[in-house]
Design a protein around this ligand. Structure first.
Ligand code: NAD
Ligand code: LMR
Length: 327
């Protein structure tokens, strides 16, 4: 029996993500938690004739505890989204506390669950989650993931558009973090191989790095990516559930704590940071090992990496210090 929990289930991402999870044959029980509206969302989804049993929870009456108890996977899209002109780091002042408090619940009520963090800024919210889990003595680096799948999805889509091919054909490592220049798509390692050079390559990389801004601007103040993110979040959770149920060889790009995953120390020696997104092999206990694609990047891609390391280092320290100073 697999129990999936969505924290922030009534939001722009939370609702379509919950719908996709309700449609999944891999989910038996679906718990939807939010500070508002989650009972209505759950009642609506509960009429769909698929097997998952859906229930909504609010903070009253121990709602977070009841939602999380027995969870196998917890996915977190709770928190405010950007408006035009904002960076993801501008969300820190509100979302850092939301993630800290929700992860405190995970630490207490479902410490063995796989945790997938969508809330921005991911480069900081994942270190926040790790510090909270550490403070409760339940941090397992193989089970904590920052969801960077939307960058992967964008890289597949935009690369295919440039080449006039189908997006489903491509696998492209996207490494680093989840904001602007910390997002580094490795087109040189695309499979099948792609040939994009010069200005066309530069424009493609910029579009992948700043794809989030494209949606924020197009939505004109009404939020950021929700539907494409729900797809990406479901793709990631689905990969975890498949890996847990025994499918071998599943690899997803995701933001992990390097020292805690096999192969991560070697990557840390190159990047100088504790957290990094890169292809990670998933298995029944979560992250099995990282794939050290850094050894293979092109000379051009090497020039993109220092900005990613600098940005990540600042974002990670900010997250860690937030928990240490509020302890
Ligand atoms: P939204 O405002 O539509 O929904 C957020 C939901 O979180 C709301 O329903 C709200 O009530 C809920 N919430 C707030 N505080 C909560 C708490 N303490 N406990 C439980 N729920 C709480 O926003 P959205 O568009 O769904 O975006 C959510 C987050 O996801 C934002 O931070 C956004 O930047 C981020 N995001 C990340 C990615 C990514 O690639 N990782 C992509 C898109 C958006
Ligand atoms: C995205 O990449 O679409 C998300 O991180 C939301 C945002 O703020 O851009």
């Amino acid at each position: 029996m697999v129990k999936a929990v969505v924290l922030g289930a009534s939001g722009g991402i939370g609702q379509p993500l919950s719908l996709l999870l309700k449609l999944s044959p891999l989910v038996d029980e679906l718990a939807l938690y939010d500070v508002v509206g989650s009972v209505g969302v759950a009642t609506d989804l509960s009429h769909i004739s698929t097997k998952a049993v859906v229930k909504g929870y609010l903070p009253a009456d121990d709602g977070l505890k009841l939602a999380l108890t027995g969870a196998d996977v917890v996915v977190i899209p709770a928190g405010i989204p950007r408006k035009p002109g904002m960076t993801r780091d501008d969300l820190f002042s509100i979302n850092a506390g939301i993630v800290r408090d929700l992860i405190t619940g995970v630490a207490k009520y479902s410490p063995k669950a796989f945790i997938a963090i969508i809330s921005n800024p991911v480069n900081s919210t994942v270190p926040i989650a790790a510090e909270v889990l550490k403070s409760h003595g339940v941090f397992d680096p193989a089970r904590l993931f920052g969801v960077t799948t939307l960058d992967t999805v964008r890289s597949e889509t935009f690369t295919a558009h440039v080449l006039g091919k189908s997006p489903t054909e491509f696998t492209i490592p996207v490494i680093g973090g989840h904001s602007g220049e910390t997002i580094v798509p490795l087109l040189s390692l695309a499979s099948p191989a792609v040939s994009v050079e010069g200005e066309q390559r530069d424009a493609l990389i910029k579009r992948i790095q700043f794809g989030g801004d494209e949606v924020v601007q197009a939505k004109e103040g009404k939020g950021s990516a929700t539907l494409s993110m729900a797809h990406a979040g479901f793709r990631f959770v689905d990969s975890i559930l498949k890996a847990v149920s025994g499918t071998a060889g599943i690899v997803e790009n995701t933001f992990v704590y390097l020292p805690g995953v096999e192969g991560g120390e070697a990557v840390k020696k190159i990047t100088g940071v504790d957290y990094f997104a890169l292809p990670v092999e998933l298995g029944s206990s979560g992250a099995i090992k990282v794939v050290n694609v850094l050894e293979k990047v092109s000379d051009f891609e090497k020039t993109l990496l220092p900005a990613a390391y600098t940005g990540l280092s600042a974002n990670i320290s900010k997250g860690v210090e937030f928990v240490v100073s509020s302890a």
